[in-house]
Design a protein around this ligand. Structure first.
Ligand SMILES: [Zn+2]
Length: 344
């Protein structure tokens, strides 16, 4: 079968790989119907050292079940399913607590002999716990929005949930990428009345307004901080959703959060240190967030998608075939595309 491999920075190739096949009785074999490129895929695309052999990549997909192992129940051949970006048993103590990313029997896609999502098919470990059935057909118009349930929408939601967003909190979202826009949508869904979106790409922040942003701040750095403070009576917002992953974004978060407030970060951090000095101590700032246990949120978020109340799939502004995936990476890296969907 064909699948995507990354050989190093700027070097993504679609090549022949061994066919996905059942290996464990808890596996399912899924033919990929739609996949996508994640903002987090852009970090290795930007900096991975060149290597002789490629590594599989991709962790967001929906597909059709083609076969299941003997110990899989509840999922059957022909089912349309979404896979969250970490696979998990959905039964261990961590999963029971809603932290499927720490599953005792779980793991990552495209690692340790597990297929990546950017290919024709995937062997899904712990299939019964990992996969969630989608009650739609193979050509349903909702597929793009349902695909976001694999990562980007639950990640935005996790950011809002861990920050404690509610009708009583004001919100700043930092970052107008697909995760930031998803965080706006999630904050709006949780009832926040003021959602300030910090981003400088007008086409993206325009979508952010449609997703529920009440204010857009295009300025960056100190100017941006002052703008948010003007919009909040000088105090900043109760919650800040940091959806970038770079240190300047985190520093902005500390500068625009209200005393006693919460910063949640879901952008894969490209830094090792966080502000924890006496000044932040005196302000009682909470820093939370982390990798999103998407599996924990799929059932909760799916009804709004199925009813069409929310359309998180609007973050996709380009669709490519499998062979065009390298150009999809390039387009996202050059900010020519917001988020690229793959149709194998
Ligand atoms: Zn588990």
């Amino acid at each position: 079968m064909r699948a995507t491999l990354i050989y190093g920075a700027g070097d993504v190739r679609v090549e022949d790989v061994p066919d996905a096949a059942l290996r464990e009785p808890t596996d399912a074999l899924v033919r990929v119907l739609r996949a996508c490129i994640c903002g987090s895929d852009l970090w290795p695309y930007g900096s991975k050292p060149a290597s002789e052999h490629g590594d599989r990549i991709g962790h967001e997909f929906i597909g059709v079940v083609e076969d299941v192992g003997a110990e899989v129940s509840g999922i059957a051949t022909g089912d349309l399913v979404v896979a969250p970006f970490v696979w998990s048993d959905n039964t261990c103590d961590f999963c029971a607590e809603g932290l499927h990313t720490s599953c005792r029997h779980g793991g990552l896609w495209a690692a340790d002999g597990v297929d990546g999502g950017q290919g024709e098919a995937v062997r899904v470990p712990q299939a019964e716990g990992t996969l969630v059935k989608l009650p739609v057909g193979e050509d349903d118009a909702l597929l793009p929005s349902l695909l976001t349930l694999s990562d980007v929408f639950p990640t935005g939601h996790h950011c809002a949930v861990t920050a404690g967003v509610s009708p009583r909190t004001t919100v700043t979202v930092i970052g107008d990428g697909a995760v930031g826009l998803s965080a706006v949508l999630a904050a709006n869904r949780l009832g926040a009345e003021q959602v300030i979106l910090m981003g400088r790409h007008k086409d993206r922040t325009d979508l952010g307004r449609e997703f529920g942003a009440t204010d857009v701040v295009a300025e960056r750095g100190q100017e941006g901080v002052e703008r948010v403070r003007q919009l909040t009576g000088g105090d900043g917002t109760h919650t800040v959703l940091e959806c970038v992953g770079l240190k300047p974004a985190l520093e902005t978060a500390y500068a625009v959060v209200r005393d006693g407030g919460v910063i949640s970060r879901v952008g894969a951090p490209q830094y090792a240190e966080v502000p924890a000095d006496f000044g932040t101590f005196m302000r009682n700032i909470t820093l939370t967030g982390g990798v999103a246990p998407a599996r924990a949120y799929i059932e909760e978020l799916m009804p709004d998608v199925l009813e069409g109340t929310l359309q998180p799939g609007r973050v996709f502004d380009r669709t490519v075939g499998l062979q065009e995936i390298p150009d999809g990476y390039r387009a996202m890296a050059e900010r020519e595309a917001l988020k690229v969907m793959v149709r194998p």
